[in-house]
Ligand binder design. Sequence first.
Ligand code: KMT
Ligand code: NI
Length: 172
Amino acid sequence: MRAYWFDNEQGDQRLAHDSKRDVEPSYLARLGVLYYHVPEESSIDTIAKERDYKNRDVITVSPDAMGAVYEDKVKMFFHEHLHEDEEIRYIRDGAGYFDVRSQDDDWVRIRLEKDDMIILPAGIYHRFTTDEKNYIKAMRLFKDEPKWTPLNRGNETDINEHRKTYLQSRDA
Ligand code: KMT
Ligand code: NI
């Protein structure tokens, strides 16, 4: 894992967009973003149990796995959005970037590789992209029914209850 400020330059979303200014995990924690390095896949069972995550699946995002819809999917994942539930991803292979909004509404880019696990809180604005290698395999954990509906940022999401709750705990 490496977190840094996104450089805001034009160009393919899959490029590193590295400003060379790092962001500490303690700042991610302030945003409510939790990061764990989990080299033993079996440790996931403990974490899942603690947080009451009952279900999981594994998704591969790549042209091989998705065929013609790959480019569309990658563009969709990169639309800024929030969810009404936590987003937990445990990377099993490949790499990708999660971008999350800072307190000042700037992008923090989080590069994740194999054995990296991230928990994004409900209500945080974020987006995802593969990197230049166009390949990531990730485990997705969820409590009951997957509630992954991305709510794209706009006037509606700004007044969403989960958004308000998130801001209250972030800025407390
Ligand atoms: C998301 O929420 O954007 C995704 O699930 C992307 C694929 S998982 C790395
Ligand atoms: Ni998401």
